[in-house]
Write a protein that binds this ligand. Structure first.
Ligand code: AMP
Ligand code: ZN
Length: 467
């Protein structure tokens, strides 16, 4: 498999340390709010990677963290603590916020058919590992204590700028106006490993450490969790492009200094989903969630297809116009497959042709996860007259182990969409009881616009979704 490696800036053949099993670490969500659909794009790309590797015969071990402590709004060590921000917004404890948004994240993942990573761990449950790493970094001179906090000294590593491909001056340009540098650091890009003195006096999550009661920095979480669960050698590390600097840059610096050798061979980064105004981001306040899309009549898998139509390394601009087109494409595709499935007249399998298609599909995946080409191959299969209908369905089943678009599933109603429709039906019933017929009609029309038809019967109102 050939994958684009941010570290070397070229496509490279994957050569896992253990030939049979690929070890992957994927940075997880900071659970202070819902994931926006941009975040979900990154998780979809990672899901495709895992499934593509399996399609190509590898076993995969994937680990993901849940960031519930230590992440500041600036990604460097300044700004507000994201978890505290969530807690004060919702008048809840940090623990309640983390629990609520972790569940919301898992539900989004399930709706998008994203496989749950084999190991998914909250950052707050691995404190011993960070303490052990930080102690070694202090003992070996890579870290220092200043104003009570422990910092990593980036001047001690010669390859600090390799991943970003930018030097200190170039990186400073991006952050100079937005980040106030901590004056206790020796170099501007030094980063916190352990915070004791914090401007967040109300920091809820604190642990004892050799350097005082405090909490870990964000970057050490991913290094610690990865090394603890996947060992000293990692094959692939993923995230969105905004993770390249400082997060992944700092992960490499501390992990390799701790281990004393190269840590991870391939670094893969998903490009951003933008809206008309630029990068979609939670700190902007307004952002699109999967539930919002569902309320507007787009199922989660329409969004998955929307993402798969373009390459993960290309920026993607979100628009409702494109979502409408994708919705139509998805419905047509499902109908086409349903039609084929209902018209199987023999069980003929053309083995030679089947293998050719499978190889083509594999080749597209091997070419840095070219999912849009995989979709083209799927269409080629559906219209190939040399394949029996049975043969086509078998190939669709096979391809869907990677695409995960429920191509063969009986039409199922999205549970959250169903919830929304039932709420609307209830609201309409109340409106009719109150003789507010205008509102009742408005609700019916609103649903109709989303292709949802209400049928009033003797036993109440039922609904159907038009294809
Ligand atoms: P966060 O929850 O902010 O830590 O982000 C979770 C993941 O989403 C990270 O891998 C980010 O790099 C990624 N991400 C953030 N913004 C976007 C975006 N607009 N489009 C795609 N991925 C994003
Ligand atoms: Zn991370």
């Amino acid at each position: 498999m050939f994958l684009y490696n941010t570290l070397t800036k070229k496509q490279e053949e994957l050569k896992p340390h253990n030939k049979e099993e690929v070890k992957i670490y994927t940075c997880g969500p900071t659970v202070y709010h819902y994931a926006h659909i941009g975040n979900l794009r990154t998780y979809i790309f990672e899901d495709i990677l895992v499934k593509a590797l399996r399609f190509c015969g590898y076993k995969v071990k994937r680990v993901m963290n849940i960031t519930d402590v230590g992440h500041m709004t600036s990604d460097a060590d300044t700004g507000e603590d994201k978890m505290l921000k969530g807690a004060s917004r919702e008048h809840k404890t940090v623990y309640e916020v983390a629990d609520f948004y972790t569940k919301a994240f898992l539900s989004d993942m399930a709706k998008l058919n994203i496989e749950k990573p084999e190991i998914l761990v909250p950052a707050s449950e691995n404190i011993d590992m960070y303490i052990q790493m930080i102690q070694k970094l202090l003992d070996t001179g890579y870290a220092y204590i200043s104003n009570g906090n422990v910092y990593f000294d980036v001047s001690k590593v010669s390859n600090y700028y390799e991943l970003s491909g930018k030097n200190q001056e170039e990186l400073m340009v991006g952050v100079r106006d937005t980040v106030t540098f901590d004056t206790y650091k020796r170099n501007p890009f030094d980063f916190g490993l352990w915070f004791v003195s914090s401007k967040f006096e109300n920091q809820a999550m604190k642990w004892d450490s050799p350097w005082g009661t405090g909490y870990p920095g964000w970057h050490i979480e991913c290094s610690g969790i990865s090394i603890k669960y996947l060992g000293e050698y990692l094959d692939i590390h993923c995230g969105g492009v905004d993770n390249i600097f400082p997060h992944h840059t700092n992960e490499i610096a501390q992990s390799e200094s701790y281990l004393g050798h190269k840590w991870c061979n391939i670094w893969m980064h998903g490009e951003h989903l933008n809206d008309k105004n630029g990068k979609m981001s939670k700190s902007n306040g307004e952002f699109l969630t999967l539930s919002l899309l569902e309320e507007k009549g787009y199922t989660s898998l329409v969004y998955r297809l929307f993402c798969l139509q373009s390459h993960y390394r290309n920026q993607l601009v979100f628009s409702y116009e494109t979502m409408d087109l994708t919705k139509k494409t998805y419905e047509k595709l499902l109908n086409k497959i349903k039609n084929i499935k209902e018209n199987i007249s023999n069980n003929d399998i053309n083995i030679e042709l089947t293998n050719i298609y499978k190889e083509k599909f594999k080749k597209s995946l091997n070419n840095d996860l070219n999912t849009s080409n995989c979709l083209t191959i799927l269409y080629d299969v559906l219209k190939d007259e040399k394949l029996s209908n049975k043969n086509k369905i078998e190939l669709v089943k096979d391809f869907d182990t990677v695409l995960s678009l429920d191509l063969l599933a009986e039409k199922k109603v999205d549970t959250s969409l169903e919830k929304y429709i039932l709420e609307m039906i209830e609201k309409r019933k109340k409106a009719k009881e109150n003789k507010n017929y205008a509102l009742a009609d408005q609700i019916r029309n609103e649903l109709l616009e989303k292709n949802i038809i209400l049928n009033d019967g003797r036993n109440g109102t039922t609904f159907e979704i038009k294809q």
